[in-house]
Design a protein around this ligand. Structure first.
Ligand code: COA
Length: 386
């Protein structure tokens, strides 16, 4: 039985910050941001959006009535959760009007958890043919104003429906994975911004990628020539190049040109959105599927998922017949083009307007007359959504 990604959707908030303008205000060279780190823009979250609204807004683009009947589980991966106890997936289940006879759960392991969710979903469908799982990876990358990580912030959600006979890609049962306790990035319970050693994180990422690549090649008897491209977790787009450089010399000159072209296609969306943590590797995949016109059905793509702390997984997907018809490339481009630009001072005001204090009854700046889900504010310590 073939199992994999049947549908995929992306959502990001409507505000966007130009990073060349940010570089000028911060006293940095713009090329450091756009070339050295590889980021042009980042999505900015208004205080009426969070991982629940973004996740529900992404999923609502793909869920139809057949899915509502067949979805048994909602798996939400995030490291920007809104509650220490209650799963954000329960709010999403209600907002999407899914059956009460549905499992809902939230998973956490930095940027890696979406991949764990996907693997759980695949195994569930294998055991329950005909049934479906909704996997959502939703996050807000928040490092703080004028910090080194600021240029790599971002926000958004990827939603995927996992089923048998998938329309986009099968998930192959060839995973290799590893976990090793490291202190490159974490966020204690009393903090709203992450603590990060970005340079250490880059080193561990590269080390784990190389270790898993060698393990994968040995286990599956495949080489780099078996893949038409890679989708890497992209905390910033230069990270993809750093990873690919680790193995590129294993390819022929012609393959190297092809892999570099595909890398560029996979970086397009992250360049304009920023890091979306758990969803980042799947934003890279969506970008590759949206911006490369050279991919063919039957071809394999290697996926490398990394989460600080640290855990990583490498596996492959196989593109299905007519997959291009089901990749929402037009709507994704429209979503990004339709964003509203903020000046640096407007971005700073929005950044500081987040409603973290649950002790005060307060309304967010939710707007009326929109179809998207919104966080309306705090009421008696509860988050209110509509
Ligand atoms: N033109 C072109 N490139 C330039 C430049 C210029 N004017 N100025 C600097 N650069 C390059 C540097 O050479 C460097 O390239 P390299 O990484 O290939 O060596 C790059 O820009 C970044 O410069 P650096 O001095 O290392 O930047 P930084 O100390 O501000 O840190 C990050 C950059 C990405 C590490 C930082 O933004 C960060 O920690 N982000 C969080 C990322 C993260 O770890 N997320 C979680 C892990 S998954």
């Amino acid at each position: 039985m073939t199992i994999g990604i049947d549908k995929i959707a992306f959502y990001t908030p409507k505000y966007v910050l130009d990073l060349i303008e940010l570089a000028k205000v911060r006293g940095d060279e713009p090329e450091k941001y756009t070339i050295g780190i590889g980021q042009d823009k980042q999505s900015v979250v208004p205080n009426y959006e969070d991982i629940v609204t973004m996740g529900a807004n992404a999923a609502s683009k793909i869920i139809d009535d057949t899915d509502r009947q067949l979805i048994d589980s909602v798996i939400l991966a995030t490291e920007s959760g809104i509650d220490n106890s209650k799963s954000g997936a329960i709010y999403i289940q209600r907002l999407l009007n899914l059956s009460e006879f549905t499992r809902t759960i939230e998973l956490k392991q930095a940027c890696y958890a979406g991949t764990y969710g996907l693997m759980q979903a695949r195994d569930y469908v294998a055991a329950h043919p005909g049934r479906r799982v909704l996997v959502i990876a939703s996050d807000i990358a928040r490092y703080g104003l004028a910090t080194p990580g600021e240029v790599t912030q971002g926000a958004g959600a990827i939603a995927m429906i996992i089923s048998d006979n998938p329309k986009i890609a099968s998930i192959n049962t060839d995973s290799v994975y590893m976990s090793a306790e490291r202190a490159d990035f974490w966020r204690p319970l009393d903090r709203t911004q992450a603590l990060v050693d970005g340079h250490l994180s880059t080193d561990i990422y590269k080390e784990m990628f190389l270790t898993l690549w060698q393990r994968y090649c040995t286990k599956t008897q495949q080489t780099i020539s078996d893949f038409s491209g890679f989708a890497f977790h992209l905390p910033y787009t230069k990270m993809g190049k750093k990873a690919l450089d680790e193995v590129l010399d294993q390819a022929t000159a012609e393959q190297q040109v092809n892999l570099m072209e595909k890398l560029k296609a996979s970086q397009q969306l992250s360049r304009q959105v920023g890091n979306i943590y758990t969803g980042s590797v799947y934003l890279s995949l969506l970008s590759l599927l949206s911006y490369s016109d050279k991919l063919q059905s039957g071809e394999k793509i290697a996926i490398f998922s990394y989460g600080s702390g640290a855990e990583a997984e490498l596996y492959s997907i196989t593109l299905q017949e007519n997959f291009t018809e089901y990749v929402p490339r037009k709507s994704v481009k429209q979503l990004l083009e339709g964003r509203q630009k903020l000046s640096v001072s407007e971005y700073e005001a929005v950044f500081n307007s987040q409603l973290f204090d649950s002790h005060v009854n307060v309304k967010s700046e939710a707007v009326s007359g929109v179809t998207q889900f919104q966080f309306l504010g705090w009421q008696n310590g509860e988050r209110v959504y509509a």
